[in-house]
Design a protein around this ligand. Sequence first.
Ligand code: HPA
Ligand SMILES: [Zn+2]
Length: 330
Amino acid sequence: MSIPKAELHLHIEGTLEPELAFALAARNGVALPYADTDELREAYRFSDLQSFLNLYYGLMAVLRTEDDFADLTDAYLARAAAQGVRHAEIFFDPQAHISRGVGIGTVVAGLGRALDRSEAVHGVSTQLIMCFLRDESAESAMETLEAAKPHLGRIVGVGLDSAEVGHPPAKFREVYEAAAALGLRRVAHAGEEGPPAYITEALDVLGAERIDHGLRCLEDPELVARLVRDRVPLTLCPLSNVRLRAVDVLAEHPLPAMLDAGLLCTVNSDDPAYFGGYAEDNFRAVRAALGLSPERLRELARNSFLAAFLEHDEERRARYVAEVDAYEFP
Ligand code: HPA
Ligand SMILES: [Zn+2]
């Protein structure tokens, strides 16, 4: 049995496994530029974030109907549950679908169908966070928020993802203000490839409550002190960082230094179909490569529930934390 944990940094489109991609391609009559799943897997050699994003957006061509999004999400939840995930806050990229003629209503209805039965079927509670693509315009982000308005009953917050460098958080000041006014929670990718100043800007200008990745905060001691003082959660993704070359090898990942500095770190899978592992795979990999003690792993699992957007159900949070504290490592 795996330690109970929350997954707070997970792009649902990044859970599209090659087998499902080919099945959906056949179902929808979409031609893929790969002969088979082996050839597709061969393409999973990334040199940086952009080289991954090119494939990630390309493969989304197979996601067309409500059923496709429901099947994708069901498959993720089954895998997550098997890896000890008790609560998942799931990102999706509406613009990447709207631009292909798939409306946000179709996407949210499909995702929602799987999420509605998740607790009963998989024992996983869920929330949905819509991300803006930062390499698209601020106007496009605002239009996307507008398009999401009929669906806000299903969406707990907004995030910011895609190509980071050259697209600082401040570009999205207005749309984050509008999201806050609608009562949405705010998170943002920052400091994955971009500089620590982007993390500071995400906090100051966007009002981000969690920082996705945040890896490069260590380059700015004042920022680290602030993140520690304000208990700002960081949603780290160790296997992603290796695959996208943010760190050379897992043994050199700064997670132990970040924990030692007192940062509120969590461990997540980001795009598990592409990066070689789901939530517990990431926990096991950092345990093996970085020699983290069981108590450090317990701290990471506990942090994941402390950082979750569970303010509406503190009883549930307390129950999850109690499960972490009671967990016995094999
Ligand atoms: O790791 C990521 N970084 C930025 N954008 C993304 N979109 C999917 N995964 C990622
Ligand atoms: Zn991400």
